[in-house]
Structures are given as structure tokens and as C-alpha cells.
Design a protein around this ligand. Structure first.
Ligand SMILES: NC(=O)c1ccc[n+]([C@@H]2O[C@H](COP(=O)([O-])OP(=O)(O)OC[C@H]3O[C@@H](n4cnc5c(N)ncnc54)[C@H](O)[C@@H]3O)[C@@H](O)[C@H]2O)c1
Length: 291
């Protein structure tokens, strides 16, 4: 995710420094960052610089912002945040890329937790513009607003959570859909290919442009309130029958793996295709000013 953040800032004209405990990894990531900017057709004049930087005090010296993106372990993240605090400008903003750990826990050992919050990105973050901002108990309004303004200035779409919650928002929504998808296969209701089709050829087509509330608003002639009145009860009834809390069944997982293995494409080819398609979709959204 460190690399993804680097690309997002670098292509917006920021100079970025990457620090990693593995020195070579930071150097390679800096080169990859520039290569990705090239592949996104960002010219050398538009983008900033990117470099691997050691040691940590040199990496953060003079920076406006530091983003932590080390593996998802509370003690490791706390120790790295402590290292950052020792050497970073006390007024500077510190963000964590954690996918799940509450900012309050991460900041529990920080001297100045008011300038710290979670900024949860999505992979690949240079293509998926969403960032969830999750303040901890001691995060200042100023830090939250500064982080939001800064991320919006580089083209990110910011969601501000009003309180800390496990999984934040997007992953909770994703978990509801994905868990039910696995269970529909486990229960023998539909094949993995058909479950995928329901997203690709229906729900996903709408959801790429309209969220669930906007979709409901369009699905009744008099809008959302009519929809809620007509269908609210059936959603609640159906909700009681969904199997979203079931454990994932090995037999279903095998069936899904077999379906995916039928495609004769390597990982890199699939990744490039995804990136191309997502880029085209983003361009279309931009043309229609949907954001
Ligand atoms: N991968 C995703 O899809 C994704 C999405 C959103 C958020 N995140 C979050 O981003 C964070 C990073 O995830 P990732 O998938 O990029 O992990 P990763 O393992 O790919 O990268 C982590 C990097 O941290 C470096 N590192 C380890 N210890 C370090 C230390 N003490 N000091 C400096 N560098 C150190 C490692 O060498 C490695 O390069 C995690 O908190 C994860 O939950 C990941």
C-alpha cells in the first residue's frame, strides 16, 4: 500500500520518499512508482520525484505528511509510529493505512495523538480513489479536516467515519455481499460463475455509478421513500434469512477455486486488464461528472 500511496501523491506533483526496513524494497518501490506514473501517462513534468530514503529521520525530514503502511500488527505499527514521532515535525500530520485497527489503539502510546488518524485506502489505491478517514478518540478536528482537504487535493474521494467501527464502512459492505456469495455456492443455490454474473451484469453495473440509496431512489417512480415503503419489509424479512455470518465451507471454496482456475490467464495479465477497465470506467465517470 506504501507504493500505492506513493503513486497517488507523486502523480499529483508531490515529491515522495519511501522508507522501508528492507532498503532494497524501498528503492524498487520508488522506481516502480515512477514506472506506474508513466503507464498512467503522467508526464515527468506533471509528477513529483520519488526516491527510496534511509534512515527514517532523513526520510521524514521536511515532510508535510507521513503515511504508515507496515504490516497489520498492532505492536509493530505502534513501534513504527513511535519511531516517526521521534523524528517528525510535531505539527505534521501522521496517517495509518490500517485495514482494521482502530486509530485509538494505534495512537495509545503516541505523545501527540491529536495529529494522527487512520486513512484506509483500497488496492490498487492509485486507481480506486476511495479513502476512509477514521479519527481516534484524541484526533483533532483540525487533523481530520486537513487530511480530508489534502487527500481531496490529490483526487481522492474521502469518506469520514463518524465513529470507529470494526471493518470501517466499505469492508463491512463488501463482507455482507461476499459472505452471502460464498454461502449461495455452499448451499448449492447457484454456480460461482452465476453468482459473479449477478454482480457483473446487474448490481455492479449500477453500483459503479449509483450507490444503493441512489439506486433505490431510481427504482420507484416517486423515489426513495416510495421504494422504502414498498420494499422495506421484504428487505428486513430477507435479511433474517441471509447467511452472512456462516463460516466459509471448504467444499464451496474448492468449487470457486475450480471456476477461477478455468481461465487460462496469468496473474499479471488479469491485473493489467483490471487496471485498464477500471481506468476506462473512471474516465467515463469523470466525463459524466459522477464522483
Ligand atoms: N494490501 C491491501 O489490499 C491493503 C488495502 C488497504 C490497507 N492495507 C493495509 O496497509 C498496510 C500494509 O499492507 P501491505 O499489503 O502493503 O503489506 P506489505 O507486507 O505488502 O508491505 C509492508 C511493507 O512494510 C515493510 N516493513 C515491515 N516492517 C517495517 C518496519 N519496522 N519499518 C518500515 N517498514 C517495515 C515491509 O518490508 C513491507 O515492504 C497494512 O496495515 C494493511 O492492512 C492493505
Amino acid at each position: 500500500m506504501g507504493l500505492g500511496w506513493a503513486v497517488s501523491f507523486c502523480r499529483a506533483g508531490w515529491d515522495v520518499r519511501l522508507f522501508d526496513i528492507d532498503v532494497e524494497r524501498a528503492q524498487t518501490a520508488a522506481q516502480t512508482c515512477l514506472a506506474i506514473c508513466d503507464s498512467l501517462r503522467v508526464s515527468a513534468r506533471e509528477r513529483g520525484a520519488a526516491e527510496g530514503s534511509q534512515p527514517i529521520d532523513k526520510a521524514v525530514s521536511g515532510a508535510r505528511l507521513v503515511i504508515e503502511a507496515v504490516p497489520e500488527q498492532l505492536s509493530l505499527k505502534q513501534s513504527v509510529l513511535n519511531d516517526i514521532e521521534q523524528v517528525f515535525d510535531p505539527q505534521g500530520l501522521v496517517l495509518s493505512s490500517t485495514s482494521a485497527i482502530p486509530a485509538t489503539h494505534l495512537a495509545s502510546a503516541m505523545t501527540n495523538p491529536s495529529r494522527f488518524l487512520v486513512a484506509h485506502p483500497f488496492n490498487p489505491s492509485y486507481l480506486l480513489p476511495l479513502v476512509e478517514l477514521v479519527p481516534g478518540e484524541k484526533t483533532s478536528e483540525y487533523a481530520l479536516d486537513t487530511a480530508a482537504a489534502l487527500l481531496e487535493s490529490i483526487g481522492q474521494q474521502v469518506v469520514k467515519l463518524r465513529r470507529e467501527i470494526e471493518g470501517f464502512v466499505a469492508n463491512r459492505l463488501q463482507a455482507a455481499v461476499v459472505n452471502e456469495a460464498v454461502n449461495l455456492v455452499a448451499e448449492g443455490v447457484a454456480s460461482p460463475a452465476d453468482v459473479d454474473k449477478c454482480l457483473k451484469d446487474c448490481l455492479g453495473l449500477r453500483w459503479a455509478f449509483f450507490g444503493p440509496f441512489e439506486t433505490m431512489d431510481l427504482n420507484a417512480p416517486n423515489g426513495f421513500e416510495e421504494y422504502a415503503q414498498k420494499f422495506g419489509d421484504s428487505y428486513v424479512e430477507l435479511g433474517k434469512k441471509l447467511l452472512v455470518a456462516n463460516p466459509w465451507q471448504p467444499k464451496a471454496l474448492q468449487e470457486i477455486a475450480n471456476y477461477l482456475a478455468e481461465r487460462d490467464e496469468d496473474f499479471e495479465t488479469k491485473r493489467q486488464r483490471r487496471d485498464t477497465l477500471v481506468t476506462q470506467l473512471l474516465n467515463l465517470k469523470q466525463q459524466h461528472r459522477i464522483g
